[in-house]
Design a protein. Structure first.
Ligand code: ARG
Length: 616
């Protein structure tokens, strides 16, 4: 048995059946997929091999006869009972009890059966991507937690992961805020996020000019009052934009004092971002920040490289990269000489592939930026920046996520109609989690009964954040979903707290048993009852599931796995007494099963970035 198949029945059966198909059909069919699936009905077996039907069809053979040939040829000694053919040509397999026990035993190791993908190249995950001088909103929730989850999963699979927080920290919006703060003479050493928001909003409002409105007012002979009002507004807007442009030029020119003020704005914003990251249990710190400003000295080089390669051309003073398959070219330098969001992203792709040496780059960014990334990735491919220094092709993906909606199916807003800031949302989740946990602790039989308010709050935070994160991660990445805290925070159903609760419950069973973990971990597995068997088979899918999450970039698969595992555990616990069973061998085996489930739940929750409390 190779190490990946040691605790993965599907991989093991795949290997055995591949050989059998080769024997039954001759060597040229050795590579036919045996199509091993978990059995639809446990009465017939644990797994089925479904390949006979399609293989027979393409060869004009009788499917049942071919199935019988394969079933006779397959070597399942030491793995399963003899294979049985059923229906039009299904081959049913029931694992042998000793083999099942051995697989559980090999899963019960440090890596829980998660395979290690040896690869010398890195994986870059573009996550968070907040804009400086603006509060984080719910969109950044998704960019942050989906990105963090994928980074954890790839790390778990043994890959070198780079978390890249591509902050919007360079360009006109931040220069507008900076200019507005300086005009208002705000003391930047005492800058609060609230000042920053006010200045940002004021700068945006001041900069909004309405030439069309003014023209319309004149054309429709609106009263002179209105015309004068609009033209004053327009002049003000132009003045504040001019001020912002001057500020930006000075900043870009390296003005020391401005540079210091700019840094203060960034520090103020990032303080909140890192605070939110800690509350969300997300791994994100200053070491992951590499904002747009990092690439500022490379933008000229990007444009030159495209021009030199003959891939860009001038268009009315601007520089664009045309594509052969579509009208819309990619603008990389404006006619006034300014660079764009896309120019920065081109520099960033090159950096990630060629300097961070990543053969996998994943952009966890709002789905609405799809066109932007298509253009950037296509342009990068034209110039060869999607290749590592040794020519290896990197796999670059925009993982565009859907929106978070309110119960009215419209973008989530607060009651007063404003955009939900991420902090509002997190505060509410922690409040609700704490209320829920505190209420449950009133029950004298609850394991949390008698804990201090501080301890309850800690658990409450874990529960509230789990509710929000699980609800987000369990819906398919590209879909929109409805934010409904009542549903998310429930201890029943497809929720984070439900899985945390299963984990806490097992923790207390193990504690109650009084048996030392070392004794439990050494007990032989004896898996006989159907519910036990179902639980064991579910456990053994863990490694494949984690791998699948990385391949599909779909954390929801881990969520549904953990949900299934928690359900299988509850069914097992209902059908099979653990502490009260007579036979001490069976008791120890069941305790070990509990222990393995607990470890798997904790590990899976950790990959989602969810804390698993011992008591709830
Ligand atoms: N700051 C951008 C925004 O809020 C997101 C950055 C995404 N990453 C990137 N490499 N463009 O829209």
């Amino acid at each position: 048995m190779s190490s990946t198949t040691a605790c993965d029945p599907i991989a093991l059966l795949d290997e055995r059946f591949r050989k059998a198909i080769g024997v039954a059909l001759g060597d040229e069919s050795v590579d036919a997929d045996p199509i091993i699936k978990p059995s639809g009905n446990p009465q017939f077996g644990d797994f089925q091999a479904n390949a006979a039907m399609s293989l027979a069809k393409s060869r004009g053979m009788n499917p049942r006869e071919l199935a019988q040939k394969i079933a006779t040829a397959v070597d399942l000694r030491g793995v399963a009972h003899p294979a049985e053919v059923a229906g039009p040509g299904f081959i049913n397999v029931r694992l042998d009890l000793d083999a099942l026990g051995a697989m559980l035993g090999s899963m019960d190791s440090a890596n829980l059966g998660v395979p290690l993908l040896a690869d010398r190249w890195g994986v870059t995950v573009d996550l968070c991507g907040v804009n400086v001088a603006k509060q984080m909103h719910v969109g950044h929730l998704r960019a942050t937690i989906i990105g963090d989850c994928l980074a954890r999963v790839f790390t778990r699979l043994g890959r070198v992961v780079h978390r890249e927080n591509h902050l919007g920290d360079w360009g006109l919006p931040i220069a507008m805020t900076l200019a507005a703060l300086r005009r208002a003479k705000v003391d930047l050493d005492r800058l609060t996020l609230e000042d920053l928001n006010v200045a940002y909003r004021r700068a945006q409002a001041e900069g909004r000019h309405d030439e069309a409105g003014l023209a319309a007012a004149i054309a429709t002979h609106a009263g002179p009052h209105r015309v004068i009002e609009l033209s004053i507004q327009n002049d003000d807007a132009r003045a504040s934009i001019d001020d912002a442009k001057r500020t930006l030029l000075k900043l870009q020119g390296g003005d020391e004092e401005l540079r210091r003020d700019w840094q203060k704005l960034i520090d103020c914003t990032m303080k909140e971002v890192f605070h939110a990251a800690r509350i969300m249990n997300v791994t994100l710190g200053p070491e992951h920040s590499r904002g747009e400003s990092f690439f500022r000295d490379r933008l000229g080089g990007v444009v030159e490289a495209f021009l030199k390669a003959g891939l860009a051309k001038e268009d009315k003073g601007a520089i664009v990269v045309p594509f052969s398959d579509r009208e819309r070219p990619l603008l990389i330098r404006k006619s006034d000489g300014g660079f764009l969001y896309a120019t920065t992203d081109l520099a960033a792709v090159r950096f990630r592939v060629q300097e961070l040496e990543s053969n996998r780059v994943i952009y966890v960014v709002d789905a609405r930026q799809r066109d932007h990334f298509k253009d950037v990735f296509d342009a990068a491919a034209l110039i060869g920046w999607d290749r590592l220094p040794d020519g290896t092709q990197a796999h670059i993906t925009h993982l565009g996520f859907g929106a978070v909606l309110g119960k009215d199916k419209r973008p989530l807003k607060t009651r007063s109609g404003e955009n939900f800031t991420l902090m509002d949302l997190l505060d509410e989740a922690v409040e609700r989690g704490t209320a829920e946990v505190t209420a449950r602790a009133q029950d004298p039989n609850a394991p949390t009964h008698g804990l201090s308010a501080k301890e309850l709050r800690e658990i409450g935070q874990a529960v509230g954040i789990a509710a929000v994160k699980y609800a987000d991660l369990s819906s398919e990445v590209t879909r929109d979903y409805v934010f409904d805290l009542d549903r998310m925070i429930a201890f029943e159903g497809d929720t984070g707290p439900y899985i945390q609760y299963a984990h806490a419950r097992i923790s207390s069973i193990l504690a109650k048993s009084g048996v030392p973990i070392s004794t439990i971990a050494a007990a032989p597995f004896r898996v006989a009852e159907p519910a036990e068997r179902q639980l064991a088979l579910t456990l053994l899918r863990y490694g494949t599931t984690v791998r699948d999450v990385a391949d599909a970039l779909e954390p929801s698969r881990l969520c549904s796995y953990l949900q299934t595992l928690a359900n299988a555990f509850n069914a097992f616990y209902q059908a099979c007494p653990v502490l009260k069973v007579e036979d001490s061998g069976v008791r120890l085996s069941r305790l070990r099963l509990c222990h393995l489930v607990r470890r798997t739940l904790a590990d899976g929750l950790d990959l989602l970035g969810i804390v698993a409390p011992e008591r709830m």
